[in-house]
Design a protein around this ligand. Structure first.
Ligand code: NAP
Length: 306
């Protein structure tokens, strides 16, 4: 049986290690501060932000959320970011995406002071990532590397294949793997013979947003498979296609009328891989842990403690 890489366990370890650092900052001057900007009323974003605020509270990080209306303009959000940039009690600023369609998201993300950019999306921090210089790294990719390292999965000299080339997952995780001395291939929707390329991977990272697309035909036996995808399945036909042979999963689907699935086929990966991240409970929990880590690191830098 493949080893399950337990994201909840790694998240708890990371958060436990952050606690004394938060306490030291609070004793020194003030606790770290995180501001979250949640524009409009996207239900998924509301849940993500609630979880981020709760994580702050549990750790002793000061947090506040700004909730401009769905009709907010680019100028209004730029002003809000500008105020947060100037605040001495705020170390990290997170603008929850997606923003309402009339807002120029790139301008908003560029307006965040790079030192407060705890999502690691600002071009200055993307440059730091490319050059392997210190700076906040995008949370989900950083969480993936943290998990692989803490499970003792060797990266140096191994073949890594990343499926997906987005700015928030695919590209940064590919660069982080490269800095760990893996030999990295990045694939996307135009890559020919995707199963063949994926089968060359010792480490396979799936980040496409395509439910259960990575079947056994894509997985080298014994590979480590990281499933970044989070897809909610609401169609019975789709659930039956994926979970035929897993009556417990079908029962869960019947009970809720939906079920979460990653980009990797959950039954195939358990049979073929050497180790894999489940969905839920794999990569997901690490994203918030790394956000907390970036916020604490930003506060330490501001306080001159590192
Ligand atoms: P995205 O911006 O939509 O990018 C998807 C990427 O996958 C694109 O590069 C696209 O290629 C590629 N792709 C799509 N279909 C493909 C196919 N059939 N074959 C090969 N490549 C294909 O997505 P994202 O923001 O990176 O997110 C990816 C997934 O991760 C989503 O399910 C998202 O919900 C999840 N996610 C999870 C977390 C977490 O905390 N666990 C965080 C972020 C995202 P092209 O560039 O050619 O179009």
């Amino acid at each position: 049986m493949a080893q399950i890489l337990d994201g909840n366990r790694i998240r708890d370890e990371i958060l436990a290690e952050l606690k004394p650092r938060v306490a030291a900052l609070a004793a020194n001057e003030r606790p770290p501060g995180l501001a979250v900007v949640l524009a409009g009323n996207n239900p998924a974003s509301e849940i993500y932000v609630r979880n981020k605020i709760k994580a702050c509270r549990d750790l002793g990080i000061y947090s506040e959320s700004l909730t401009p209306p769905e009709s907010a303009s680019t100028e209004e959000l730029l002003q809000a970011v500008d105020c947060l940039n100037k605040r001495a009690d705020i170390d990290g600023i997170l603008v929850q995406l997606p923003l309402p369609p009339q807002v120029d998201s790139k301008r908003i993300l560029m307006a965040i002071a790079p030192t407060k950019d705890v999502d690691g999306f600002h071009p200055c921090n993307v440059g730091n990532l490319v050059a392997n210089l210190p700076g906040p790294r995008a949370c989900t990719p950083a969480g993936i590397i943290e998990m692989l390292k803490r499970y003792g999965i060797r990266l140096a000299g191994r073949r890594a294949v990343v499926v997906g080339r987005s700015d928030i997952v695919g590209k940064p995780v590919a660069l982080l793997l490269l800095h760990e001395h893996a030999t990295v291939t990045v694939c996307h929707s135009k890559t020919p013979d995707l199963p063949g390329v994926c089968r060359e991977a010792d480490i396979l990272v799936a980040a496409m947003g395509r439910p259960a697309m990575i079947t056994r035909a894509y997985i080298q036996p014994g590979a480590t498979v990281v499933d970044v995808g989070i897809n909610r399945i609401e169609s019975r036909a789709e659930a039956e296609r994926i979970f035929a042979g897993a009556p417990d999963k079908m029962a869960a689907f019947e009970k809720k009328g939906s079920i979460l699935v990653g980009d990797v086929h959950p039954l195939d990966v358990a049979e073929v891989a050497g180790a894999y991240t489940p969905v839920p409970g794999g990569v997901g929990p690490l994203t918030i842990a790394m956000l907390m880590s970036n916020t604490v690191a930003a506060a330490e830098r501001r306080a001159g403690l590192c």
